[in-house]
Design a protein around this ligand. Structure first.
Ligand code: PLP
Length: 359
C-alpha cells in the first residue's frame, strides 16, 4: 500500500499546453518531447494525452522502442540518433526518424545500407552545431554530410535541425542571433527545418520554421528562470503531494533533523512529511524552501532525509496528521520551488522516483 505520497497527473493540462504551443507557433508542426519518461510524468499517459501533437521526440533508442509500442502510427524522432550500427535496424523496423550529428553515425549508415535488404527507408535529420557545441556537424561540414547521405541507398533526408544554447535569455539576444545566422547560411531552400525548444517557441518566433520541439512547456513549467509557467498561461501537469506523518512542538533552542542544521528561534510546531530524496525531493533544498499546506506556504526546516522532511508550521492555524502537503503543482509552482533550491523545474520533475505513485 502506498503511504499517500503521489504525483497527480492532469491530462487536461497537457492538452491545454499543446494548445498553447499551437497558439505561439501556429504554422509549425509539433514534436512533443517526451524523453526521460516524459520529464518524469510517465510516458504512457503523456503519449496518450499529447497525441494531438504531430509527433514525439525522445533521447534514446530504448525510449523510442517503448513509445512505438504505445503509439503505432505517430512519427517519432530520435534526438541523439544511435551510436551503434546494429541499432539502425531497429530504427527502420520501428519507423523512427533519426538524427545524424557526426561522422561516426554517417559511417555506420554507409556500412549498414550496403548490406540492407529491407525496403523501408531510413529517415534522417541532419543536425548542425551552430554554437551549442554539444552535438552536430560544423556548418562547413553540412554540405559533405548531405552528399554522403545522398549516396546511401534507402536513406531519406527529412530535414535539418539545430539546438539553441541561450534561447531562454531574452535580454541577451546575441548568442541566439549568431546561431540563427550560422544556421541560415548553411541550410538550403526547400529544407525542412527544426530549431525551437520551449524557450524559442515562446520567445523567438523566427525559429518556428517547419517543426518545433517543445518539452518543458508541455508539462506546464517555464523555460525562463525569472517566470513561472502559470505566468505564461501554462498549466502544471504534475502535482506532487505527501501527507503529514507527525506533528510535535520543539522548544526555542532545540534543533531538528540530521546535522541539526535548523534550530528553533522560538517555541515551534514542526510537522514531519512523508517525502524525501528517495522520492526525488532534492536533499539540497535549503531551510525555507516553500511547501504548501492548508492554504499557505510554509518553510522547509532541517535537512531532507531519504523518506521524510520537516516543515515549520508554527504560523499555521491548524495542522493534523494526515493533512496533505503540496511540494509543487497547482498551488505552488514548480518553478518557484526550483528557484528556492537553485535548480530548474526540469530537474525537479525528472527526478521524481518510481516509488512515487503516478495517479
Ligand atoms: C530536450 C530537448 C528539447 C526540449 O527542450 P525544452 O527546453 O524542454 O523545451 C528540444 N530539442 C532537443 C534537441 C532536446 O534535447
Amino acid at each position: 500500500m502506498n503511504r499517500g505520497t503521489q504525483a497527480q497527473i492532469d491530462p487536461t493540462a497537457w492538452q491545454h499546453n499543446v494548445q498553447c504551443v499551437r497558439e505561439w507557433a501556429p504554422q509549425a508542426r509539433v514534436w512533443a518531447v517526451v524523453k526521460a519518461n516524459a520529464y518524469g510524468h510517465g510516458v504512457e499517459r503523456a503519449a496518450q494525452a499529447l497525441s494531438s501533437a504531430d509527433g514525439y521526440a525522445v533521447a534514446t533508442l530504448g525510449e523510442a522502442i517503448e513509445l512505438r509500442r504505445l503509439q503505432p502510427h505517430h512519427p517519432i524522432l530520435l534526438l541523439e540518433g544511435v551510436n551503434r550500427a546494429e541499432q539502425l535496424a531497429d530504427v527502420v523496423a520501428c519507423q523512427l526518424q533519426t538524427v545524424v550529428h557526426c561522422q561516426t553515425q554517417l559511417d555506420q549508415i554507409r556500412q549498414s545500407t550496403a548490406q540492407r535488404l529491407d525496403t523501408q527507408p531510413l529517415v534522417v535529420w541532419l543536425k548542425v552545431d551552430t554554437g551549442m557545441h554539444r552535438l552536430g556537424f560544423a556548418p562547413s561540414d553540412l554540405a559533405s554530410a548531405r552528399s554522403l547521405l545522398a549516396n546511401c541507398p534507402g536513406v531519406q533526408l527529412e530535414g535539418v535541425m539545430t539546438h539553441l544554447a541561450c534561447a531562454d535569455a531574452l535580454d541577451q539576444p546575441e548568442p541566439t542571433l549568431q546561431q540563427l545566422a550560422l544556421f541560415d547560411a548553411c541550410v538550403r531552400p526547400g529544407d525542412r527545418l527544426s530549431i525551437a525548444n520551449s524557450a524559442a517557441v515562446i520567445g523567438w518566433p523566427q525559429t518556428h520554421n517547419d517543426w518545433v520541439r517543445p518539452g518543458i512547456m508541455l508539462y506546464g513549467s517555464s523555460p525562463f528562470a525569472e517566470r513561472n509557467g502559470v505566468d505564461l498561461g501554462l498549466r502544471p501537469v504534475m502535482t506532487l503531494t505527501a501527507p503529514v506523518l507527525a506533528v510535535r512542538t520543539v522548544l526555542a533552542g532545540e534543533a531538528i533533523g540530521y546535522g541539526h542544521v535548523w534550530r528553533a528561534e522560538r517555541d515551534s510546531r514542526i510537522a514531519t512529511v512523508a517525502i524525501g530524496y528517495g522520492d526525488g525531493y532534492p536533499r539540497q533544498a535549503p531551510n525555507g524552501t516553500p511547501i504548501w499546506l492548508n492554504g499557505q506556504t510554509v518553510p522547509l526546516a532541517g535537512r531532507v532525509s531519504m523518506d521524510m522532511l520537516m516543515i515549520d508550521v508554527t504560523d499555521l492555524d491548524r495542522v493534523s496528521v494526515g493533512d496533505m502537503t503540496e511540494l509543487w503543482g497547482k498551488r505552488l509552482s514548480v518553478d518557484e520551488v526550483a528557484r528556492a533550491i537553485g535548480t530548474i523545474g526540469y530537474e525537479l520533475l525528472t527526478r521524481v522516483t518510481a516509488r512515487v505513485e503516478r495517479v
